[in-house]
Every structure is written in C-alpha cells, then in structure tokens.
Design a protein around this ligand. Sequence first.
Ligand code: AMP
Length: 471
Amino acid sequence: MSDKFHDECGVVAIYGHPEASKLAYLGLYALQHRGQESAGICTSDGERIYTHKSMGHVADIFTSPVLAGLPGELAIGHTRYSTAGDTVLLNAQPFSVACNKGKVAVAHNGNITNAAELRAELGRNGAIFQASSDTEVILHLVAHSSERTLAAALRDALLQLEGAFSLVFLAQDRIIVARDPHGFRPLAVGEMEISGGRKCYVFASETCAFDLIGAVYLHDVDPGEMVIAGPEGITRERWAPEKDRAQCVFEHVYFARPDSIVFGRSVEESREAMGRLLAREHPADADLVVPVPDSGVAAAIGYADESGLPFRHALIRNHYVGRTFIEPSQAIRDFGVKLKLNPIRHLLQGRRVVLVDDSIVRGTTSRKIVRMVRQAGAREVHLRISCPPTISPCFYGVDTPNRSELIAFDHKVEEIRRFVEADSLGYLSLPSLRKAVADDKHEYCYSCYTGDYPTELVNIESLIGTRQKAH
Ligand code: AMP
C-alpha cells in the first residue's frame, strides 16, 4: 500500500538548449508556489543522465556549482510539496533509472489512484521500490513493458494508470511529456528561438514559467496526448482516447499563479469573475473590501469592482515566513497567523469589512483571520469565499485533508459562520464558479465541492483512510 499521495507539484522540461539546467531552474523558481518541500532537476548530455535533488526551496538548492554539475541540452525539473512525515529525500523527484529501454527519468504532477494495486502487482513480480512515492511505479511499468521503444513502453505504462497525471520524461536524446485522458492537471507547451535560428521546446505546469525564461506559450498538451521533442523535431500523438475532460477548477480558484494561463484561460480573469459573481450573490452592507493575501486578492478586486465598495490592502503579509520559527515560551495567541499577517488598524477601525478569501478548509485559519480583523477594530466582518463549500477530499493531486476534517463536510453555512465568528458568510455557488471559469462545455472537475468523482476510485475507503493517516 502506497502511504503517500502526491500533493501539489510543479513540473518543467526543456529540450534543445545549451543551458537547459539553468532554464529548468528558472522554470522551477517560477513554479515554487506549487511545492516548497523539495526540488530536483535531471539533465542529459546525450549519454549520461545527471541528477540533483534536495529538500528545500529551489533558489537555495540550485547554486551555481550545482547547476554546473548538470550539463546537457535536455532537462526536466520538479518541485514538490507534501505535509506528512515521509517527506524524505527518497521521495523527491525526478526519479531516474537505467533499464532495458535506456536511461530514463520522470517527474509527475498529480495522483495515481490505482498506484497501490500496481505496486502490489509489480512487487509480486520482483520489483524493488526505493521510495513510497507512486511515481516510481511508472518507471517500473516502463521497465517491465515488452515493447521495444521507449515511446511504445511509455504508452503501455500509461494505459495502466488511473487518476491524474501530467508527466515529463527525460531520455538520453528526447523529452516526452504526457497528460492523463481527463486532463486533471495542467501542462503547457512553449518554444523559444536560440542562436542560429534553432528552436528550443519547453514544457511547464504553468505559463508563468515560460514568461520568466522568455518562451512563448503555444498550446496545452491535450488530455490523452503525448508530445515528443527529439532530434527529428516535435511530434504530437494520442496515446489514449480522450475521456470527459475534468480540469481541476481549484487551479483557477487558488493553486495557480494569477499571471498564468491555465487550461487556456487567464487565472486572474477567472478570479476576478469569481469575485464579481460573489458580490452579486452575496452583497454586503459594508464600508470596504479587504482580501486575505495573497489567495483572496484577485477575487476581492472583482468583488470591490462589482459592489462599488473601496478596496484596501488592510492585511499585510510577511512573505519571508519560513517553515520553522522560534515561538516565545509564553505562548502568544494565534501566533502562527500573526507571523504571516498583520492588520493595518487605522483602515479597519470602526469599519464594516468584507473579507474575501478563496476557501475554507478546516476553518481554523479563517477564524484566526476574522478574529484578527475584529481585534484591529473592525465593527463587522463579512466573510466571502470565492468558491463553493469544500465538502470532499481531492484524489487527483490537491492537498485537502480527510473528509472528517473538512468543516463543510458536516456543517451548514450558518454553523460555519458561527465557528469562524463572522457576522455573515457567503460562498460562491457552483453555477457561478462554472461561469467564472467559462466552463460552457463541462470540462472542469468540481469533485471537492460535489463529492462526485469523474473516475472510478478503486478502494475509495482505503484511499480515504490513507489520506487520514498521511495528513
Ligand atoms: P482554514 O480556515 O484553516 O480552512 O484555512 C483556509 C486557508 O487555507 C485559506 O486562506 C486558503 O487560501 C488556504 N488553502 C486552501 N486550500 C489550500 C491548500 N490546498 N493548500 C494550502 N492552503 C490552502
């Protein structure tokens, strides 16, 4: 049984650039918000595969000497977030192996929902696993495939996977990327011209990575599609028939950066639309609109725009909060939140405040923030959330806790309002969220708001149990 879900990751791949490792590093730097626990890069110089991975932040891991030790024109990179105790280096990605299909490395964003079954089966056939990560399963499937070429073996392996996966593979002379047939997690393709009119191909979870390295966004990898960049150029091929699209709406609600284009749509545009629709559905008799930074900013701008209320940054975020900090021995109330956010009293004093955030998960942080705003002198606090109540865990790569820890699973909106101590509470409705992401064709996954999952989940009870253990 795999004991860890893949949570919240970012991937990049570079083909055909003399400074591939530096570009991968910059791409990962732009994707740091997708995972802060560990990061890694694998490169190929056509012969060997070089790897460096470590715990920590991208900028701290990849120093000049480290990057100098990653030669070659091909690179893949990964940044990973995980919350459980097994955040050991062994689980850091990319993973690489030398097998009968050559030397291969892989990095993965998503969550393979049948990994436990595949792992048990492979184990029975003699496979030895180094990590508890599901991604290793993919490499074993590739190695075990009776197909001769890497692309064919990959197709063979991918057809056995269920769930969410945006994958980047590095071989000695090519990059192969693929997306699952539902297209849960994003994966974009870009290109850049380099000296001599040569083209370099780049792939990333979000287009903000392309902006930093000066690449142009071309299109997304289609669900069920594989894109191969090799000496013969770039080719697109379908490895599986496309299923009903299930693009993760939470990318637009919270996870992606607002300056990215995700699933072909601007994240900022979606978030502002969420805020505008929220203002229509849940207006408030108030004096000003305040975002919870950074996650609530774009929606709060939309809310202020639509309601005509002034927008103020009355909560200031310290962007340099690290993972560990020394608490004073005499406990300070709500210390963790105070470390991250501080209110501007004179903006809040005596005012009726609309506080906008993207989601309430357990409710504990939201309560601390509501209290903080009130203690800073706000007369009323009207909390507005730019998505529907989160009632069900995600099995496709977003880190949500077990169902029993989700406050909206077993509490009504009025009960949640009382818990977070707000004067009023309003969530965006599902139809409005759909409208905000322009989902006319039903191409998004909303399972964290509906409990309806777009794929069959084998052993759902054990998955839920695992989730509880892991978090
Ligand atoms: P809480 O009130 O404790 O449920 O925390 C809500 C806060 O957590 C909001 O400010 C959200 O922006 C943030 N949040 C929501 N989902 C996630 C997630 N998957 N990972 C990290 N933070 C999240």
